[in-house]
Design a protein around this ligand. Structure first.
Ligand code: SF4
Ligand code: SF4
Ligand code: SF4
Length: 240
């Protein structure tokens, strides 16, 4: 049975305990930052922040509302990042069979910066980030070391509001459906985001594009240049 995370954003208070816990567990450095007029900090995902609580302010039915979105890798069932990486370095991005967790390995260091850019571009949620100091491509690993030891991911462990949930996929899908039914009574536009395709399932109460740019799924039609690039990629690999 693969594992899933269910994130009920309607319960999130933006305390950022999950964000800090993720940094602590992964021994990530503090990142210099500055105030940009929002409580969202740092401004974006980076190699030292696999988790980021996004803040978005809106006026809804005459009231100012803050929408919170604890962002992380979705651990796609068919990950675009892996498909793109496979064309260059076998084993750079892998899927753990037992859990379904998508992992960037040390082999991502063998990728060039341009290849990493292409892999980031292939992610519909704009998640991976390259660590320019080490050359490694980075993102949330669903705390696979903890999961393999029978523990829950650190962000789930630290969340005391019931926003973050972790367990067997079937249980998380059931919980997600139950919460959706309850939330819909107050928020008719509530929905579960792409749940069939992802191991990290979000429940949102407002239209997804109101949370942030990549809360929507970036589905790019294959254009001619991409198609030709795909055809020639194996040749480019052989030629180095
Ligand atoms: S710990 Fe829970 S409530 Fe706090 S920001 Fe993270 S998801 Fe939201
Ligand atoms: S969300 Fe992006 S980085 Fe995460 S598994 Fe899916 S394609 Fe890969
Ligand atoms: S699952 Fe682990 S690595 Fe991923 S965001 Fe949560 S704490 Fe960070």
């Amino acid at each position: 049975m693969t594992k899933s995370i269910f994130i009920d954003t309607t319960r999130c208070t933006a305390c950022r305990g999950c964000q800090v816990a993720c940094k602590q567990w992964h021994d990530h450095e503090a990142v210099p930052t500055k105030q940009t007029g929002t409580h969202q900090n740092p401004p974006d995902l980076n190699p030292n922040n696999f988790k980021l609580v996004r803040f978005s302010e809106h006026r809804i039915e005459g009231r100012v509302e803050w929408l919170f979105f604890p962002e992380q890798c979705r651990h796609c069932q068919q990950p675009g990042c892996k498909a793109a990486a496979d064309a260059y370095v076998d084993g750079a991005i892998i899927i753990d069979e037992a859990t379904g967790i998508v992992i960037c390995t040390e082999k991502t260091k063998e990728l060039t910066k341009e290849q990493c850019d292409e892999i980031i571009e292939a992610c519909p949620y704009n998640v991976p980030r390259r660590n320019d100091a080490t050359g490694m491509l980075t993102k949330c690993d669903m705390c696979i070391d903890r999961v393999q030891a029978g523990l829950v991911p650190m962000c789930v462990k630290s969340c005391c509001t019931g926003t973050m949930n972790f367990g067997d996929r079937a249980d998380m899908l059931k919980l997600a459906e139950e919460r959706l039914a309850r939330v819909k009574k107050e928020y008719p536009k509530a929905e579960l985001l792409d749940m069939e395709d992802l191991s990290v399932i979000y429940l949102v109460s407002q239209p997804r594009e109101m949370y942030h740019l990549y809360a929507r799924r970036e589905v790019k039609p294959l254009n001619r240049a991409d198609f030709l690039a795909g055809l020639t990629r194996p040749v480019r690999n052989i030629l180095g």
